[in-house]
Ligand binder design. Structure first.
Ligand code: SF4
Length: 255
């Protein structure tokens, strides 16, 4: 499957394993340009036999919460809304979508048919979150509140989780607590979540060199991923686990 990826070249966080070079995360005008949504859709149209998916990625797309509804309008205006799937990545770092968007924009996101969003939870407790993102530990909690609000909108939401941590105590308990939190938001949501194994892409190599805690966290993540899989087995029937990820029902979505 191919997708066209547009990146908002800014992010509030600095995950040590991010595969985007840091120069592309700081809204540097020397390495980025301003585009309107209509211009982006126009670029998309120019690709011969173009992909059917547009991914609004980053950095953090939601630093510009209007981007998603503006892209939706631009796709509708271009007659491409029915044939293009729009996808937004979300690092759960801002609530601008709720606090800053005009009601009509939020209503459009809720009603737009070919749309999905993937939210990335960083870590399985506040310490692993802070270690991974270099953000404040209390933002770990905030991720779940933002996720809860997104699901309450009735969107087609999926998840990633990164399970790296420099601490090897409390891993299984941390993963079980994480799954409890996700299930408190929606009982079946963990089945829509993919644990992302951190791999070493080129920009990561430098950040890993001579950094013992990061090296160790790659080992800890294996234990955490195994714990994640164990929790899935314990909590969900084989029938539910066999569902295609897009068929996992959510309380907030009408089938
Ligand atoms: S939140 Fe995503 S884009 Fe931002 S630094 Fe972390 S991995 Fe990179």
């Amino acid at each position: 499957m191919t997708a066209l990826v547009f990146q908002n070249a800014a992010c509030a966080w600095r995950c040590w394993y991010c595969f985007v070079p840091e120069e592309l995360l700081k809204a540097d005008l020397n390495r980025s340009e301003w585009f309107t949504a209509a211009e982006l859709v126009d670029l998309y149209r120019q690709i011969p036999d173009g992909p059917r998916i547009i991914d609004l990625s980053g950095g953090s797309p939601d630093l510009v919460p209007e981007w998603t509804p503006w892209m939706m309008r631009a796709l509708i205006d271009a007659g491409l809304a029915e044939t293009t799937y729009l996808w937004t990545d979300d690092n759960l770092s801002t609530a601008y979508l709720f606090d800053e968007l005009a009601p009509a924009d939020l209503a459009l996101i809720r009603s737009y048919r070919n749309y999905g969003r993937v939210c990335c939870v960083k870590g399985f407790d506040a310490r692993s979150f802070a270690f991974n993102t270099r953000a404040a530990p209390q933002d770990y909690e905030r991720q779940f509140e933002i996720l809860r609000r997104l699901l309450a909108l009735g969107l087609d939401v999926y998840g990633y989780v990164t399970l790296t941590s420099p601490h090897d105590d409390g891993v299984a308990q941390g993963v079980a607590d994480l799954m409890d939190r996700l299930q408190a938001i929606d009982p079946k949501f963990p089945l829509r979540v993919i644990p992302l194994r951190i791999q070493i892409f080129t920009p990561v190599e430098q950040r890993l060199a001579r950094h013992e805690a990061r090296e160790k966290s790659l080992v800890v993540q294996e234990e955490a991923i195994a714990a994640w899989m164990g929790e899935l087995e314990r909590r969900f029937s084989p029938n539910l686990r066999a569902l295609q990820i897009c068929d996992v029902p959510l309380r907030t979505r009408v089938a």
